[in-house]
Design a binder for this molecule. Structure first.
Ligand SMILES: Nc1ncnc2c1ncn2[C@@H]1O[C@H](COP(=O)(O)OP(=O)(O)OP(=O)(O)O)[C@@H](O)[C@H]1O
Ligand SMILES: [Mg+2]
Length: 259
């Protein structure tokens, strides 16, 4: 299995605060990895460093074998990595399909409005519309194509947000809490969709999730438990479950809301 993401000894300091501390992670092609840990343990900061939004204080990031530590977010996107944000970033007064047609901020080198309006881009635009419907089908939400996203539920919005991330056919997808606040059945559906997409396309997914019990049930390949910027433990769901008492004692006691 080839390595698509290699994070080595990553650290990130904000003033005196060490938000990420000697964090290492490898993700293989076609792997589905869960990243879990209590509030403020550094999960999002790790994603921000990998996706080029923040410069790491130390350590290395390699994406598809390329050193990516000094690349801008749009250059990282071009390598085949797309990430979503913890707080869904949708254009609320636009429909689901319109949201898919607008490239995510910070991640494309071109001005989205210009891309939409410039006539010589029309053929490109048709291809994007075809791709958008394909993505809606992958997520089984074609029926929502023309709904304003302001009318969708939190979970449906998360699906549209994932759809936006899938538009550029990423090979590596980093999802920051895509089911936070989403009702149980829809959260399960989102994971089922992701499993199907991973199986059908062979892409790799790293998903940040807050709820330990929930992620243990989702059949991911591997779970990385993070605490205070470091990897506390890493293993299959069964391995993590076997030590879950330790983990719960460790994480639960500080009211981190990890599960
Ligand atoms: N831009 C920033 N400037 C200063 N401190 C920051 C910044 N971003 C994050 N932090 C701090 O770094 C630590 C890690 O934050 P981070 O958002 O990565 O945690 P998290 O694991 O994603 O938490 P949550 O589960 O709440 O999303 C926290 O103490 C946070 O306050
Ligand atoms: Mg976070």
């Amino acid at each position: 299995m080839s390595t698509v993401l290699r994070v080595s000894n990553l650290s990130k300091e904000f003033g005196g605060l060490r938000a990420v501390d000697d964090f290492s992670l490898e993700v293989g092609a076609g792997e589905f990895v869960g990243l879990i840990g209590p509030n403020g343990c550094g999960k999002t900061t790790t994603f921000n460093c990998i996706s080029g939004l923040l410069d790491a204080t130390g350590g290395e990031v390699e994406i598809f074998g390329q050193p990516a530590g000094r690349l801008r977010p749009d250059q990282i996107q071009q390598l085949g990595l797309t990430r979503t944000f913890q707080h869904t970033r949708l254009w609320r007064e636009m429909t689901a399909i319109e949201n898919l047609l607008i490239p995510p901020r910070n991640q494309f080198g071109l001005d989205p409005l210009r891309a939409l309006l410039t006539p010589w881009r029309r053929e490109e635009e048709r291809a994007r519309v075809r791709r958008a419907y394909e993505v809606l089908d992958q997520l089984q939400i074609r029926h929502m194509a023309h709904n304003l996203t302001s009318e969708l539920s939190g979970g449906q919005s998360k699906l549209v947000d994932i759809g936006r991330a899938l538009m550029g056919e990423p090979q590596l997808l980093l999802l920051d809490e895509p089911v936070a606040g989403v009702a149980g059945p829809l959260a399960d559906k989102i994971f089922n969709d992701l499993h199907r997409i991973v199986n059908e396309t062979g892409i790799s997914v790293v998903i940040i999730e807050h709820n330990m019990d929930f992620i243990l049930r989702q059949g991911v390949d591997r779970i990385v438990v993070m605490d205070r910027g470091r990897v506390l433990m890493e293993g299959t769901p069964n391995e993590v479950k076997a030590s879950s008492e330790v983990i719960e004692a460790y994480l639960g006691g500080r009211g981190g809301g990890a599960g």
